[in-house]
Design a protein around this ligand. Sequence first.
Ligand SMILES: *Cc1c(COP(=O)(O)O)cnc(C)c1O
Length: 378
Amino acid sequence: VKPLKAVKTLPHHKLMIPGPVEVDDSVLAEMGAPVAVHYGPEWTAFYKDTVELMRQVFRTEGDVFLLVSSGTGGIEAGISSLLAPGERALVADNGFFGERLAIIARLRGLEVVTVTAPWGEPIAPEAVRTILEKDAGIAGLIVVHHETSTGVLNPLPALGSLARQFNVPFIVDAVSSLGGEELAMDDWGIDLCVTASQKCLEAPPGLAPVAVSRRAWEVMDRKGDFRAGFYLNLRVWRQYVEEWGNWHPFPVTMATSNVRALRAALDRLLAEGLAQRIERYRDTAQFLRAGLRELGFSLFVDGQAASSTITAVRRLPGMDVADLVTFLREKRGIRIAGGLGALKSEIFRVGHMGRAASRDYAALLLEGLAAYLREKHP
Ligand SMILES: *Cc1c(COP(=O)(O)O)cnc(C)c1O
């Protein structure tokens, strides 16, 4: 047997990527605590409190489940629980993650109609209205809140009010916005909202919080069961809350260490204050963007539609994005990301979530970028 060339340790870098993010030591400590049992009264009370905090962050009176999966698992659960194969969904596609939503919907057997905008521009509510007016067969509207591939925010309040007006269930991917951008699930008419632990919630990867409105349950109960299966079927998750509520309110072994870490992260978030957290991200984004402009960079998205959880930056003429990413990693211990899809070599993306949402981190990155420019683009 040939011995493995084992990788036993991983380097520690400053994470300024669009997720996962660096988390606080108090959150990390929970991951290192002894593994807790996932059933019984103590655990169940702890879990329910964590769910209650998540409801506050979603700003919903609806139900919240913590799926043991990445964000995509939560999205797939939402789409397949709410929409039946053969039904028609309207999917907003203005970037990599919108495209991904359309792929998931198609693979789940839906007929997909897309409403598009160029990458870097928000979806126009009027374009959505036009389609909803013409096509009474649309059974769901599926939208990314923050399109992480470009840094653009889609106008959820306007889209939500159209969904209500046309009585179409509204599914939102808020994986890279919940906790870091304004989002009010109930006030904005969102029926199903999905996020993930490893971005603005500032916890390690591993959990997908999924929030479900009363209207969404009515739709699901009217349709009955189709092909949502077991694990990704939100009605199954609800059944376990109803029938096993005091012992084991979920259908599988809960990732107890991840829930403990998420709980610590939510305690921190609510102690900081949702509004203050959002303001900290915004402040970091503005500070970083001012420095980037001074260095001669231009932003891929500017103005109202720019999110404050990541910044996408156009490369300078002749600049090799991959080389820049490597330089910052090797010489400064900072991780940033390149673009996705057609933008792969055209932009770089900086996350300001978690520890990266501070002027200190932003200043370190600006210093690293200045050094790179001196060396490679004098
Ligand atoms: C990160 C991200 C995802 C994917 O989340 P996973 O946890 O990797 O499954 C989906 N949508 C958006 C908008 C994201 O930023």
